[in-house]
Design a protein around this ligand. Structure first.
Ligand SMILES: *Cc1c(COP(=O)(O)O)cnc(C)c1O
Length: 366
């Protein structure tokens, strides 16, 4: 039998969740109510409680969640927002829609998360309106260290948790630290819908109220508009019900993902491949990303062994077409270096032990 291990396998995920998802969909079909109803309300309550936050507001996708969440924190045209450049242009899409100006910080070579030192330098220079922290690949950043820098300067921190559902440090989960946080429930995320879906999470009553207005025409109450710059970004009842049916399994899935990542980090021994450290609960292994000095050759070798890989992400944001020229003399050495070296291995709960062994052996024999 020829081996084929995809970078993801949503078909297996669908099989393992089939019964619960069908029940959820049936419930919505029978209810006669399809957008922002009881399922959404229940998901908002359950997911807020999962995150350890006071509020969750369901929206249409994770990018809207960043945009509407930042708008609720008073980020507007011309605002200067610190972000990293290695996270797939999602935050940049939101900033562009707002007309806010990105200020890029470099990343740490091991964690691949925003460099605390560089953030400190940028904040010290002043003129910053907000910071977006992306818990990339499922690794919750050291939020205490971040907040020690931003709080004295009065700069709000927004957490992009699209890859970090359930990651925790000292008992606190991703999304509970910042002024507000965004989640995506895109099908491949650690908690995924069967279509687009997202949420904003916050401890603040006022921020939650603003996002509720921004997701629905700026309505304060039905047909009475209060907020400018609003839109239609609502969550479907079917997606909310599906997410509710999966939420009770999320911790187990995250544990399995972490187990796979730990096997990779302890069993891959190749002089030219560097693996992330073995992490604890702060890592939910959304993506397992190694670094290698000859990525092309390793990718081709793994492909010949029937193993799918991907690169997250090959082009730093400031090199993407819409920004070319705007940051010409900008140098982020670690971001640049990693973009050429990183490679993502398959890492999802439905991966089987023999498949993981095959991937490890294939790398070790490269
Ligand atoms: C997936 C993702 C998003 C965007 O979410 P969508 O639901 O696709 O809009 C934002 N940030 C990060 C880090 C992501 O991985």
């Amino acid at each position: 039998m020829t081996i084929h291990i995809g970078i993801n396998n949503l078909r297996r995920h669908a099989e393992s969740t089939n019964a619960a998802v069908r029940e959820a969909v049936d419930r919505v079909l029978g209810s006669g109510w399809y957008i922002l109803g009881r399922e959404n309300d229940a998901l908002e309550e359950e997911f807020a409680s999962f995150c350890g936050a006071n509020h969750c507001v369901g929206v249409a996708n994770g990018t809207d969640a960043i945009e509407l969440g930042l708008r609720a924190l008073s980020v507007e045209r011309g605002s200067r927002v610190v972000t990293v450049a290695n996270a797939g242009y999602y935050t940049l899409t939101a900033l562009s829609a707002i007309g806010a100006v990105p200020v890029f910080a470099d990343v740490d070579e091991t964690s691949r998360l925003m460099s605390i030192d560089h953030l400190g330098e940028i904040i010290a220079q002043g003129g910053i309106d907000a910071v977006v922290i992306t818990h990339l690949f499922g690794l919750l950043h050291d939020m205490d260290a971040i907040l020690r820098i931003t709080e004295p300067a009065g700069v709000p921190v927004f957490e992009d948790c699209a890859q970090a559902h359930g990651a925790s440090r000292t008992g606190r989960r991703a999304g509970s630290f910042g002024a507000a946080a965004s989640f995506s429930f895109y099908p491949t995320k650690n908690l995924g819908a069967l279509g687009d879906a997202g949420a904003v999470v916050t401890q603040s009553d006022d921020t939650a109220r603003k996002v509720r207005q921004l997701r629905q025409y700026g309505w304060k109450s039905k047909y009475e508009v209060e907020s400018p710059h609003a839109r239609n970004s609502r969550l479907d009842e079917i997606q909310a019900a599906i997410l509710r049916s999966k939420l009770p399994s999320l911790n187990d899935w995250n544990t399995r993902r972490r187990e796979i990542a730990t096997r990779y980090s302890t069993e891959i021994h190749h002089p030219r491949v560097s693996c992330p450290p073995v992490y604890g609960e702060e890592y939910v292994a959304h993506l397992y990303v190694i670094a290698c000095d000859d990525r092309q050759s390793l990718r081709a070798h793994l492909s010949a062994m029937g193993i799918g890989t991907d690169v997250h992400y090959p082009i730093p944001d400031y090199r993407q077409l819409p920004l070319v020229g705007s940051f010409a003399d900008f140098a982020l050495p670690v971001t640049e270096k990693l973009a050429h070296r990183i490679l993502t291995l398959p890492c999802y709960p439905e991966l089987q032990d023999e498949e993981i062994s095959h991937i490890i052996d294939s790398i070790n024999r490269w």
